[in-house]
Design a protein around this ligand. Structure first.
Ligand code: GLC
Length: 539
């Protein structure tokens, strides 16, 4: 990439909107597309360059939209296609790109394709899903386990066969080895590209192609990622249901299709892989597959300087020359970064500084800019089916409604309406309106860091260089400008003071606690508890 102008998605900051939880425009307690449109001025003020909207397609909502019953429409809960078109136009007017979720691995069991497929063994869509007879002994076709717990196979009485579902039984897997499925799903992407979307976040990108013989997975001797929520799923090595080599040809074709459109459309893939090398394969040998594979290495690390360093250096170490990293600290599937089980409230600012100063495209989960924490939901009140399948894995806590202000229902939905999930109990203190006017807030820090990225080509495009050994609990790296200039990022991931050593004397450009902004510092820098500093060296 050195020889060409950066693409928009390399210098962009993406903001993930979970539409149910962002803003409710019609007073039914659930967020919607017009709610997002109504908050675009906020997003422009914040300074993000793109939004990725989680699914808003017609769906029975067994998995809150990740069970799609019609890929080319909008669920009435969220609005209409006309609302979507207005949202895209309004976002583009504000220079905000729009990415939508592309859910290729599975549909809803209510999708007309599946309804037809399950009706008989010889209908035109009979082979659009993965159907198998029981083993001769009557057992399940193989040993695969669902990411949502339990076997991946459900028996269908009519066909007297099992169908495959890597997730819920209500989410049958499509058979991408059938060219008709592939054509139909590429048409789905074209439908949204024609409507002007700037790209896709590809749901569970590495699962779409399976071993053609559906062979058993071997046990996993070394599960790793014990900090992830993947639970029992980590007990197998997912060699046959995941990361099949045929994925690569598929993403090459998908990318060619994207690039046949004007305007630099982008693919961002949801890729969970603890092995750095295997993960990096999704860039493609010629960097002709997924433009920006999400990496979840930091999300799945303990929040310690060593853990985060291993994740960051692991990713940086395997990036093919010229490939572009992505960084994510939160999403709708993970406990929030400011929650105690992740970095915690005191470290939320350090985490934001990390996210916005690493080399690569950051994706910010809605609400993390104000330090939202998980909102516990009792099992009896839980909405996420995962909680009922495996207690403790539910994702409701990180999906609570965005607190916009301190009015009843936090400005998310009108007073008196029941929001789909409880509003955070701390919304009177943690809300957008209050933090927007507070120079010491996390929101102001986030906005200022975003502005710094825009002003500093070093932060957007400069090289990354880790520091050698650093004191316990300190994470430090350099960003180096292609045409000179250097920024040191010094982060104290502990609650005690730490002595750090930067590259040389300079000036604090921005500090997490703000009172050190502008302070001249020497090469030896005393970091206060939970403090991060960006130092411009030589100034
Ligand atoms: C992805 C989504 C998650 C969903 C799953 C099945 O991991 O992020 O929310 O449940 O795919 O579509």
């Amino acid at each position: 990439m050195r020889d060409r102008a950066p693409r928009w998605w390399q210098t962009a900051v993406v903001y993930q909107v979970y539409p149910r939880s962002f803003a409710d425009s019609d007073g039914d307690g659930t967020g919607d597309l017009n709610g997002i449109s109504g908050r675009l001025d906020y997003l422009a003020w914040l300074g993000v360059d793109a939004i990725w909207i989680s699914p808003f397609y017609p769906s029975p909502m067994a998995d809150f939209g990740y069970d799609v019953a019609d890929y080319t429409d909008v669920d009435p809960l969220f609005g209409t296609l006309a609302d979507f078109d207005r949202l895209v136009a309004a976002a583009h007017e504000r220079n905000i790109r729009v990415l939508v979720d592309y859910v290729p691995n599975h549909t809803s069991d209510q999708h007309p394709w599946f309804v037809e497929s399950r009706a008989s063994r010889d209908n035109p869509k009979a082979d659009w899903y993965v159907w198998r007879d029981p083993k001769p002994d009557g057992g399940l076709p193989n040993n695969w386990i669902s990411m949502f717990a339990g076997p991946t196979w459900t028996w269908d009485e009519t066909r007297a066969q099992y169908y495959l579902h890597i997730f819920l039984a209500e989410q049958p897997d499509l058979n991408w080895r059938n060219p008709e499925v592939r054509d139909a799903m590429f048409d789905v992407a074209r439908f949204w590209l024609d409507r002007g979307v700037d790209g896709f976040r590809i749901d569970v990108a590495p699962m779409v192609m399976k071993d053609p013989e559906l062979r058993d997975n071997p046990p996993n001797p070394d599960p790793g990622w014990e900090h992830s929520r993947l639970g029992s799923w980590l007990t197998q090595l997912h060699v046959n249901d995941h990361n099949h080599p045929d994925m690569h040809e598929l993403y090459r074709s998908f990318r060619s299709m994207l690039e046949s459109y004007p305007g630099d459309r982008v693919s961002i893939g949801e890729l969970h892989h603890p092995d750095f090398d295997r993960w990096a394969e999704y860039y493609g040998e010629r960097q002709d597959e997924i433009h920006v594979p999400f990496n979840f290495h930091v999300i799945n690390s303990p929040w310690t300087a060593d853990g985060v360093r291993r994740a960051v250096e692991g990713v940086e170490g395997v990036l093919p020359a010229g490939a572009w990293a992505s960084w994510v600290l939160g999403n709708h599937d993970q406990p929030r970064i400011a929650s105690a089980e992740r970095a915690g409230r005191d470290q939320a600012r350090v985490a934001m500084m990390l996210l916005l100063t690493l080399r690569g495209t950051p994706t910010l989960y809605y609400g993390d800019e104000i330090g939202m924490v998980d909102v516990p939901v009792a099992v009896a009140d839980s909405r996420d089916p995962l909680e009922r399948l495996e207690a403790g894995r539910g994702r409701d806590p990180e999906r609570s409604p965005m607190p916009w202000d301190d009015s009843p229902n936090a400005g998310f939905c009108p007073p008196g309406v029941s929001p789909w999930l409880p509003i955070a109990p701390d919304f009177a203190d943690v809300n957008v309106a209050g933090q927007a006017v507070d120079p010491g807030s996390l929101l102001t820090l986030t906005r200022d860091l975003l502005q710094l990225r825009r002003e500093h080509p070093i932060l957007r495009l400069g090289d990354f260089e880790p520091f050698g050994p650093t004191p316990d609990g300190v994470l430090a790296f350099r960003r180096i400008g292609r045409s000179g200039g250097q920024l040191d990022v010094l982060l104290n991931l502990t609650a005690e003071p730490r002595a750090a050593r930067g590259s040389g004397a300079g000036r604090v450009v921005i500090g997490t606690q703000r009172e050190r902004d502008g302070e001249p510092v020497g090469a030896d820098v005393e970091l206060r508890p939970n403090e991060g500093l960006v130092v411009e060296v030589g100034r």
